[in-house]
Design a protein around this ligand. Structure first.
Ligand SMILES: Cc1cc2nc3c(=O)[nH]c(=O)nc-3n(C[C@H](O)[C@H](O)[C@H](O)COP(=O)(O)OP(=O)(O)OC[C@H]3O[C@@H](n4cnc5c(N)ncnc54)[C@H](O)[C@@H]3O)c2cc1C
Length: 457
């Protein structure tokens, strides 16, 4: 084949990285992005004149794939790792939660329970065979091993916050992955260290977009792909502007979005489509604001009060320093909710009023009148539900039933939590996969079976 043409659906990190690698290899690449900007869930905006993310983002020291890309793009001097600080808000009190000593001082549970909570985390750190945890839900495992009270006060609110109505469905292997990620990335000297870019995460997307422009990649914003089909060995991509043909297409969109794009292939493989649609997602609702007021000493706050209206509150300026934002404090309030939840449609002004009022109950000195800039974002399909049997039933092959169309979205990351590091890994790998596929003879391609996606840590 002379110059292969590749269509990429989705201009998030996975799509942009795949486009960059494929363009480097000489392919003619077009990226279709339905939004008005690239970056997907990691996209940024400007708050009080400062570039930040719509949804709070940081990196771990162990995020090898994205760190390698950062180095390759010449951005290493823009990334700094800062000591993190975590707290838990429970029953009207904010408790630091960074060290074993903090846990011992966490009085909402008995001393025996505090010790049990610590031992459970130590045990999880030593587990190597995570698959043995994939047949039990996190809630059941925690109740059995950490005890009822520890689970009720510490763990269940976190599971409810991240997974809403699915809180009792999530597999323990996912929680094990979260614990592993945090423990592995601890710095012996400063404890947990989290990475953030001077200029925000957009320094990565800006650098990628510059490389894509230099390589002639056509990035079409505000261009939603409505359907895909194979015609005579090429993939036909339909958008509002008409149809275009490509040798291969990579779809990085959520599974439910992809399922709606290829209805013509449902008869070929009904089981594939059943599985694709069975992956549940939650949306995220995030409020960001800037104020001269410093209302907390911590970066991260888990809000563990039962029925709290949001699950997380964090101060980006406490992580990286308010001087990066002209002395302003940057705060995020966030919650994961089902698509039909009122947060996803209510008037942003009402949401702000409600969340500011709640924040005031936690930090009475907080004065919404001093907020100089704020914004509300609704992010669709922000988190998939990693339930029991996920690996066997929902980890779908990259090859879809539509010949020439590959799918790679964050629901294929398992058992680790999705994140920009794995988006870079997957973007790299999908480019290699497409190039290898293009190098095959038609007979080899016809004989090839879809390779399963492998769970890995
Ligand atoms: C609240 C929150 C906090 C997070 N915190 C962190 C963090 O601290 N660290 C970290 O590393 N990661 C974090 N993440 C996760 C990280 O943002 C994602 O894992 C990563 O950005 C996923 O990239 P992606 O390209 O795979 O998917 P996406 O970013 O979802 O990109 C998919 C793209 O496809 C586009 N699209 C959808 N439908 C169509 C269509 N029909 N046609 C064309 N385009 C379409 C979408 O607009 C989107 O741009 C966080 C996510 C959220 C929601």
């Amino acid at each position: 084949m002379s110059t292969p043409s590749i269509g990429i659906i989705g201009g998030g990190i996975t799509g942009l990285v795949a486009a960059y690698r494929l363009a480097n290899a000489g392919a003619r690449v077009t990226v279709f992005e339905s939004g008005s900007e690239v970056g997907g869930l990691a996209a940024g905006f400007t708050l009080a004149g400062h570039p930040v993310e719509k949804a709070y983002h940081f990196l771990y020291k162990t995020d090898a794939h994205i760190l390698s890309l950062v180095d390759e793009l010449g951005l290493t001097d823009k990334l700094t790792f800062h000591p993190s600080s975590v707290s838990t808000y429970y029953d009207g009190v904010l408790y630091p939660m960074m060290s074993p000593t903090d846990l011992i001082r966490f009085t909402p549970i008995s001393l025996a329970d505090r010790i049990r909570a610590g031992v459970t985390v130590l045990y999880l750190q030593r587990v190597k065979n995570w698959r043995k945890l994939s047949t039990i839900t996190a809630l059941e495992w925690l109740r059995k091993n950490a005890g009822r009270r520890v689970t009720d006060v510490i763990w269940e609110p976190l599971l409810r916050g991240k997974f809403d109505r699915y809180y009792d469905k999530v597999t323990m292997s996912w929680l094990w992955g979260r614990v592993k990620q945090r423990v592995d990335s601890r710095d012996p000297k400063i404890g947990e260290a989290l990475g953030y870019f001077d200029g925000g995460f957009r320094v990565i997307t800006d650098a990628l977009m510059k490389r894509l422009a230099e390589r002639g990649v056509d990035v079409r914003l505000d261009t939603r792909v409505s359907s895909l089909r194979n015609d005579g060995g090429q993939v036909v991509v339909a958008t509002g502007s008409g149809e275009e043909r490509f040798d291969r297409v990579l779809a990085t969109v959520p599974s439910n979005v992809l399922a709606a794009m290829m209805p013509a292939y449902e008869d070929r493989d009904p089981a594939y489509f059943r599985k694709l649609r069975s992956i549940d997602y939650l949306d995220a609702c995030v409020q960001v604001f800037a104020t001269p007021q410093k209302i907390t000493p911590y970066y991260w706050h888990n809000v563990n009060t039962p029925n709290a209206p949001f699950v997380v509150f964090l101060s980006l300026s406490n992580l990286v320093g308010a001087e990066k934002f002209g002395g302003l404090n940057i705060y995020y309030i966030g919650d994961y909710v089902p698509a039909e939840h009122e947060y996803m449609s209510m008037d942003p002004a009402d949401l702000k009023r409600r969340w500011y009022a709640e924040l005031k109950t936690i930090f009475p000195e907080f004065d919404p009148g001093q907020v100089v800039d704020d914004a509300v974002f609704r992010l669709r399909n922000a988190q998939h539900i990693v339930d029991i049997g996920f690996e066997e039933n929902k980890l779908l092959p990259y090859q879809t039933p539509c010949p020439g169309v590959l799918m790679c979205n964050f629901s294929q990351i398992y058992p680790m939590d999705r994140g920009t590091n794995y988006a870079v890994r997957d973007g790299n790998e999908m480019a290699d996969r497409i190039l290898a596929d293009l190098a095959r003879s038609p007979a080899e391609a016809a004989a090839a079976r879809p390779e399963p996606v492998v769970a890995r840590i």
